[in-house]
Ligand binder design. Structure first.
Ligand code: FAD
Length: 512
């Protein structure tokens, strides 16, 4: 079968905030293809409720933002990266404003209205349309994307392989059109950018949309990129415990506005912690998890939050649709996989160790999040990385192509059938969840290897195996990675990253 072939200067996989911001920056320097398997409504970015962290208030500073990020990251953040991201935040906020995003302002003072979230020492979360911030930011940017003549958006195309040239450089992708089943060979003359988001859908309970299956991690690792700190999966403490996957998120901003976690009899769950309901996410998630294990359900009591419906319309309507009125009812909550702190090792400009391959946004691991992400730092990271990427790629030369067939797909991954994905999700939730131990992780590893025997090319199994292997390697508890067989944090492992890289053998599979 003759395959459709296209070529662009830059090929970006993913249309969330990282991919879209990168496209809007890179289109100044060349033509861009954005390839995505889900439309914008299926991106984590669109679902973001809390907002974007930036030290823009007069009582705040970049130094405080840095200090809070380092504290949340439990000795694993890379301080220089944290300083760069926090320092660039106000400028990235202005960039969004220039592109038409309007951030919420206080009706009385006319100043930016800033929210408070867990482990932030100051109010510094900017919202755009209250708890519909992700949606409003993404709709503004996608309107610009549609206007740019230099950008083509290929939606409903799943990338299942990276194209590699004879020198081991990544120079494009192979994508499958979900409607026709046709394969598309898309060459990237100057850079291939993974912006594929997170991997929450590897877990039976997650807040992430269905497309978040960690494909970018498998794609990058399969061509020799290093993946880092994949054991650090953030479990959000307060997903509504009332429906199937994905679970409906109740943002930390609700606790920032005065809601409390309580037991059925009204006792406060977090009374023991100095930061109470705004303690770090891993601490709250584990406390809820242990309570549920004892058979004691946990609730969010938001009944005393002023103007709940007006302040949190998305959350109000989402709860109502699931049978709960936050102004009247206690909301049953449970933790769910939410954010992948680890990912493809990359600089803030997205550079990986594989020539031609870049990774931006949640799929990457830059050193910003350490062992635990500070709330609302991830949308910020997408924006900063997209900008830095564009600075690096603006002067890149075209990679010469010796012959059309000199580009070959490496591993050809397949989208998992639903029954396979649900098996992976169950294994991961049971064996590599909120509390892990060596025996459970080994059990999970064997189960996943058995699944890999049956489905050798499933990206979800490939990525899940990397997560479990990373969790086995880290024999301590730190941030979001809690091992009941190694409950202490080992100071000897401060600043020590877990890195996995396969021997770089380009086992290429011929195109048809
Ligand atoms: C409910 C919820 C609320 C959140 N709230 C906040 C918040 O308030 N503040 C904050 O900072 N962070 C928040 N986060 C986290 C934040 O939304 C994400 O970290 C961020 O949006 C990631 O952006 P991204 O562009 O990297 O990925 P995404 O926005 O997830 O986009 C990934 C893109 O890659 C595409 N893709 C994936 N695999 C393939 C493939 N094989 N082929 C083609 N395309 C592919 C997807 O279709 C999608 O277009 C929240 C997350 C969730 C789930």
């Amino acid at each position: 079968m003759e395959m459709n072939r296209l070529a662009f200067d830059f090929v970006i996989v993913g249309c969330g905030l990282a991919g879209t911001a990168a496209a809007l920056e890179l289109c100044q320097w060349g033509d861009v293809a954005v390839v995505s398997k889900e439309p914008v409504t299926g991106c984590n970015s669109y679902w973001a409720q809390g907002g974007i962290a930036a030290a823009v208030d007069h009582g705040d500073s970049v130094e405080l933002h840095v200090a809070d990020t380092l504290n949340a990251g439990h000795g694993l953040c890379h301080p220089a990266v944290v300083a760069d991201v926090a320092g660039a935040a106000p400028d990235r906020v202005r960039w969004l404003e220039r592109l038409g995003v309007s951030f919420d302002v206080d009706g009385k003072t006319g100043r930016l209205s800033l929210g408070l979230e867990g482990a932030h020492s100051r109010r510094r979360i900017l919202h755009a349309g209250g708890d519909a911030s992700g949606k409003n930011v993404m709709l503004s940017l996608h309107a610009r994307l549609g206007d740019e003549l230099n950008i083509v958006h290929l939606n409903h195309h799943a990338v299942n392989s990276l194209l590699v040239d004879a020198n081991g450089r990544v120079a494009g992708v192979l994508a499958t059109d979900a409607n026709s089943g046709e394969e598309l060979w898309i060459r990237a003359r100057r850079g291939t950018v993974l912006a594929t988001g997170g991997a929450g859908q590897l877990y039976a309970r997650t807040t992430n949309p269905p497309g978040s299956t960690g494909d970018g991690i498998a794609l990058a690792h399969s061509v020799g990129a290093t993946v880092r700190n994949l054991e650090f999966v953030q479990f959000h403490p307060t997903a509504l415990d009332a429906d199937c996957n994905p679970r409906f998120l109740i943002s930390e901003a609700v606790r920032g506005a005065g809601a409390h976690l309580v037991y059925r009899d009204g006792r406060r769950l977090m009374a023991f912690h100095p930061m109470q309901d705004l303690a770090p996410r891993d601490v709250i998630a584990r406390t809820i998890y242990e309570s549920l294990q004892r058979g004691e359900p946990v609730y969010l009591d938001a009944r005393k939050v002023d103007d709940f419906q007006a302040r949190f319309p998305t959350i109000f309507n989402g709860c109502l649709a699931r049978g709960y009125n936050p102004e009247r009812d206690l909301l049953p909550v449970a933790p769910a996989a939410h954010f992948m702190m680890g990912g493809v090792e990359a600089t803030l400009a997205g550079e990986t160790c594989v020539p031609g391959l870049y990774a931006v946004g949640e799929v990457s691991s830059t050193g910003l999040h350490g062992a635990n992400r500070l709330a609302s730092n991830s949308l910020l990271e997408c924006l900063v990385m997209a900008h830095q990427l564009s600075l690096v790629l603006q002067d890149t030369e075209e990679m010469p192509l010796e012959a059309p067939d000199s580009l070959q797909p490496v591993t050809r991954f397949t989208t998992p059938p639903p029954e396979l994905l649900s098996q992976v999700q169950d294994v991961m939730w049971t064996c590599a969840g909120i509390v892990r131990d060596g025996a459970q992780l080994q059990h999970g590893l064997s189960n996943l290897l058995a699944l890999q025997d049956r489905y050798p090319h499933a990206a979800a199994v490939y990525t899940a195996l990397l997560v479990v292997q990373s969790a086995l390697l880290r024999e301590e508890s730190r941030g979001a990675h809690y091992r009941s067989d190694f409950p202490k944090t080992e100071s000897a492992l401060d600043c020590v990253d877990t890195r996995l890289q396969q021997p770089c053998t380009y086992a290429t599979v011929p195109t048809h």
